[in-house]
Design a protein around this ligand. Sequence first.
Ligand SMILES: [Zn+2]
Length: 110
Amino acid sequence: MIFKEMDPKDVLQLLEGQENILAPEVKKHEDYVQKLQCVYCGGSCRPFVSPEKLFESGSMLPKYLAECNDCGSQFEPYTKIELRGPQRNPLEDSDPDKVDLFSIRPGVVI
Ligand SMILES: [Zn+2]
């Protein structure tokens, strides 16, 4: 199947005066994903649209997935099925000025 892109001016003209029914649905998905916590590290998540899984039947929106902002794992936001495991250790990106509790040795005074 070949898609022929419409002229953006023609698209805007066709949509003029029509109710935007997509924006509230997109916001609902984005809000849901942003409230999720990562199943691995508990970090915050961001929604993204995977180019490999663009649309599902019965939905007018692209398929939204979740990615952890801290460890980079990816999962399906409603079932929590893992698509990609952690890509980095969130503790490695922590603030270097924070005290490393594992480096403190009891009884040593500097
Ligand atoms: Zn994570």
